[in-house]
Design a protein around this ligand. Structure first.
Ligand SMILES: [Zn+2]
Ligand SMILES: [Zn+2]
Length: 362
């Protein structure tokens, strides 16, 4: 067991029932190391990211319902301070610094897990949704699924990779593109999926895509180009988006599009601007949107439409290691756990620039 004293209570941000306000509780119980089941670990968090998914969980506007009372959060970084007794073959040990992602645990034995689609395991546990997450100082997690954080990689930067970074990384990895292909990232510079599009012909450059994903700046065009986008199209100024994308890509259209839009328009357009054999990667989880695209052109152009849901253990390790090597520019601002309610308020209004990382009380 860990040598540091583990307190009985801690500070946590709690949603007591669906839709209720965030309450910062200073006497929330800490799971005692002796109550950890085999395979569980207790992680003392340094920080946690805040994601739109946390808002969906708190407000209950998804087709799936979160547990209540709920401690949200799924982008945590901290040190393992205890591991459940009788845990065998643990890939991590007490003292290791690890990340906690959306997919907290899976069975590792079912067909989905064996095929590397741990996200689709029927026994999957989801941080800050079906199990308490990272908006607390001490979180129970699972030795097989925590992501080791390389030495020297800043915890706050790592936190901001663990959800959006992993998600975009996996989507690019499975987009059936190769170096030199064109990927369109609608809404690259902003939080809303219809404000701008940028194109990159270096799709394997994680630097590019992650940087864009990680930032919603005021000057989106400059930001996207500074971060490595090859082209930028302003949706509001552009009268013919499809035509413009085709012109940029030599008349043929893009090889892939990573669509995060909460409305159908982004999907419809993607079918039009993708070239034959192109791949539409659907990422992001809007609560009620449906995909309305031309079946005729999906078939006629041999378009693949693929859903890509967060990432498995391997995707997470790869994304974090690439970021740790300095190949990703992380843009985030740092606040305290107690600021969560005001962060949610800002996110609801679309007023939050960049990703937010909350540091735990000392
Ligand atoms: Zn997330
Ligand atoms: Zn499984």
């Amino acid at each position: 067991m860990g040598s540091q004293a583990i307190p009985d209570t801690q500070t946590a941000a709690v949603v007591s029932h669906t839709g209720s306000a965030i309450e910062i509780q200073s006497d929330f119980p800490v799971t005692s190391p002796r109550d950890l089941a085999p395979g569980e670990c207790l992680v003392k968090l340094h920080c946690t990211g805040v994601c739109h998914t946390d808002l969906h969980a708190a407000f209950g506007d998804w087709p799936l319902q979160a547990k209540t009372p709920l401690v949200g959060g799924h982008e945590g970084v901290g040190d393992i301070v205890a591991i459940g007794n009788n845990t065998s073959h643990s890939p991590v040990k007490v003292g290791d610094r690890v990340g906690i992602k959306w997919l907290a645990d899976s069975c590792l034995h079912c067909e989905q897990c064996r095929k590397g689609r741990e996200q689709n395991c029927l026994d999957a546990k989801l941080s800050g949704f079906t199990v308490d997450g990272t908006f607390q100082q001490y979180v129970v997690s699972y030795v097989n699924h925590v992501t080791p954080i390389p030495d020297g990689f800043d915890s706050n930067a790592a936190a901001s990779i663990l959800c959006a970074g992993v998600t975009v990384y996996r989507a690019i990895k499975y987009s059936q593109t190769s170096l030199g292909d064109w990927i369109v990232l609608p809404g690259a510079g902003g939080g809303l999926g219809h404000l701008g599009a940028s194109l990159s012909n270096t799709p394997k450059s994680l630097d590019f895509a992650l940087s864009l994903w990680a930032h919603t700046g005021a000057d989106k065009k400059k930001l996207c180009l500074d971060l490595g986008a090859d082209k930028w199209i302003d949706f509001e100024e552009c009268k013919d988006l499809v035509g413009e994308i085709k012109a940029i890509t030599g008349g043929l259209g893009a090889h892939s599009a990573l669509v995060t839009a909460a409305s159908s328009a982004g999907y419809k357009q993607a079918i039009e601007y993708l070239r034959g054999g192109g791949t539409l990667m659907a990422v992001g989880l809007p609560g009620n949107a449906t995909l309305d695209a031309s079946i005729f052109f999906t078939v006629y152009k041999s378009i693949s439409i693929l859903g890509s849901y967060v990432g498995n253990r391997q995707d997470s390790v790869e994304a974090v290691e690439i970021a740790a090597r300095g190949q990703v520019k992380c843009m985030f601002s740092v606040k305290g756990l107690k600021d969560l309610a005001s962060v949610y308020e800002g996110m609801t209004k679309g007023a939050v620039a960049g990703r937010i990382v909350l540091e735990m009380p000392k």
